[in-house]
Design a protein around this ligand. Sequence first.
Ligand SMILES: Cc1cn([C@H]2C[C@H](O)[C@@H](COP(=O)(O)OP(=O)(O)O[C@H]3O[C@H](C)C(=O)[C@H](O)[C@H]3O)O2)c(=O)[nH]c1=O
Length: 184
Amino acid sequence: MKVTPTRLAGVLIIEPRVFGDERGFFFESFNQRAFDEAVGEHVEFVQDNHSRSSRGVLRGLHYQLPPKAQGKLVRVVAGEVFDVAVDLRKDSPTCGQWVAEVLSAANQKQLWIPPGFAHGFLTLSEKAEFLYKTTDYYSPEHEQCIRWDDCRLAIDWPLENKPIVSEKDKNGIFFDSELLLPRG
Ligand SMILES: Cc1cn([C@H]2C[C@H](O)[C@@H](COP(=O)(O)OP(=O)(O)O[C@H]3O[C@H](C)C(=O)[C@H](O)[C@H]3O)O2)c(=O)[nH]c1=O
């Protein structure tokens, strides 16, 4: 497993070791011991999610407030997305900054996004199947949505057209220092 830090401390790009042969391929999509070693601590996941999106669908930017903040280990098993994490940690030197990575069935890359970040993605392929593990349960009461087009975040989405966004996401809030989350 190859682990690459990003410019947002804690957010990691994880590339599993893929075993290809004449039948196809095999890889461990999650290994608790290897993951904990990569992150440097034990991380427990309690929920697996799966969403399918069409080209141009943008989901996010979502996060849950403490005490239900979620860490997310995300990957794509069909198609391709432009995946984004935004640092919302109050005392972080990269607070308000974002990092993006193209995740696809072809590159088999995963992104570890610890609690304290907002997350979203733009679908680049006709269809994308998005799977992810979360470190806490879904809690609508704690869910927040920051506008994908917030001008302070200025995320450079590779948009071909106006994205397809849910009503909830259309009515998201704008990034503000009041939103920031305590570290940990
Ligand atoms: C997230 C979630 C949703 N739901 C229900 C609530 C709605 O009735 C329906 C669709 O929810 P939503 O429109 O919030 O789904 P997404 O827009 O894909 O939200 C996700 O998208 C971005 C990329 C994220 O990072 C979050 O994990 C998550 O918020 O599924 C559940 O039952 N459990 C869940 O964990």
